[in-house]
Design a protein. Sequence first.
Length: 300
Amino acid sequence: MAQRLELGRITIHRIVEQEAALFDALQFFPALTPEFIEENRSWLKPNYFDDDNKLILCIQSYLVITPHEVVLIDTCVGNHKPRPAGPGATGLDEPVWDMMSSDRYERNLASTGLTVDDVDYVLCTHLHIDHVGWNTRLEDGRWVPTFPRAKYVFAERELQHWIAQHGKDSATCPWIGDSVLPIVEADQVELVKSDHALSEFVTLVPTPGHTIDHYSVRVGTRGEDAIVTGDMMHTPLQVRYPEIGMLGDFNSRQAEETRRAFFDHVSETSTLLCTSHFPAPSTCRIIRRGDGFDFVPKSD
Ligand SMILES: [Zn+2]
């Protein structure tokens, strides 16, 4: 089932590919210790960490329907893609996304009543493995754009960075080869600055740090808006402790500064956050707690 949210004149669907205990939290967040997890056990478990300290993560897209356009934000892992463990994928030990073959994502997309032909824009908050996968699909042994009419909106510096990285050593980022470069070759890329306004309903918000030119996406209008946060944060632990960096961060210090500034601002507003990876309901508001922050999951 796609999960649906109405916000003024726009509709947001969560298109889930996967929700599971995926990664060892101690590896995922290098500065984390078992003691620290234990101190936070009462609220982390069982919702966000399992008993083996694996992170419970959702892998999903947000499909946003405005009066002007249909926008798909991030495209998960995708099917039939070689994703070995180690540096060729997540940098983590488990090859959890190797050669996925699941119809869950496509079924959930279909349940919205829309098809791949209806998508006007595909927005990738950043060009990591679990945000670009369904950009392409396998057809007669070739990777072709999954969304044939769409413009794929990439931040310029982000794309440059990853093309350079792929040119230096393609084995470290195979997803660029099968999920990003085919979009460039098909001439379906729209290169933008990370503060680009797509329309009155959809605006990019620069949130750098996790990657070099990561953006989040504000959708809706003032007072009736949400921000799709991408990987500005991966788990609620990074709301309470914005200093916790993730293994794959481009610059963890900058990512921390981005989180603090963002939480500081958004906690003063009614803006809803649509997170990429928090388990269901995945949407929350940020509030102040002491001299820090906390999150309140949105009840359905
Ligand atoms: Zn991610």
